[in-house]
Ligand binder design. Structure first.
Ligand code: 4NP
Length: 155
């Protein structure tokens, strides 16, 4: 059985598709599966935002095949690790948890880089174009740490 990791943001079109693509590119595919979801329902079935697709492609990460979906309670059982992008995602996901085991699976992704600091990945959707590059760089660094830890833990 592969180890399953889920990336969660609000829309599942900007941040979590990038996080999914970046982490998947750093992990061996035979052992790990990475997916993403949004807490909101606006973008179910949609491809990632063009700006996320472009910044990923520039870094040889390909995400245009992804399709938006909404986070659901069953994800707590399907996934081993759940990384959220910001405080709001954290609260929204935790509200759906039914026990402490489910709650414990949920982590703020930038706490991997800045332990216990609870820093958000900013939502680039309404921001400046370079917001996507800034988000990419943050996620790339965080996913480096996550991938190294997972590979050691599950070797
Ligand atoms: P994401 O960004 O959570 O990084 O995918 C957003 C994309 C779309 C919306 C909100 C956030 N929206 O409101 O449509």
């Amino acid at each position: 059985m592969p180890i399953k990791i889920l990336m969660v943001c609000l829309g599942n079109i900007c941040r979590s598709p990038l996080a999914e693509g970046i982490l998947a590119s750093k992990l061996p595919k035979n052992k790990f599966t990475v997916d993403s979801a949004g807490t909101g329902s606006w973008h179910i079935g949609h491809a990632p935002d063009e700006r996320s697709i472009a910044v990923a492609k520039k870094n040889r990460v390909f995400i245009s095949h992804q399709k938006g979906r909404q986070f659901s309670k069953s994800d707590f059982d399907s996934f081993d690790y759940i990384y959220v992008m910001d405080h709001t995602n954290y609260q929204d996901v935790l509200e759906l948890a039914e026990n402490n085991e489910q709650k414990d699976k949920v982590k703020l992704i930038l706490n991997e880089l800045f332990p216990n600091e609870n820093v958000d990945v900013p939502d680039p959707y309404f921001g400046l174009p370079n917001g996507f590059q800034i988000v990419y760089n943050m996620l790339d660094e965080a996913c480096d740490v996550i991938a190294k830890k997972l590979i050691v833990k599950h070797q």
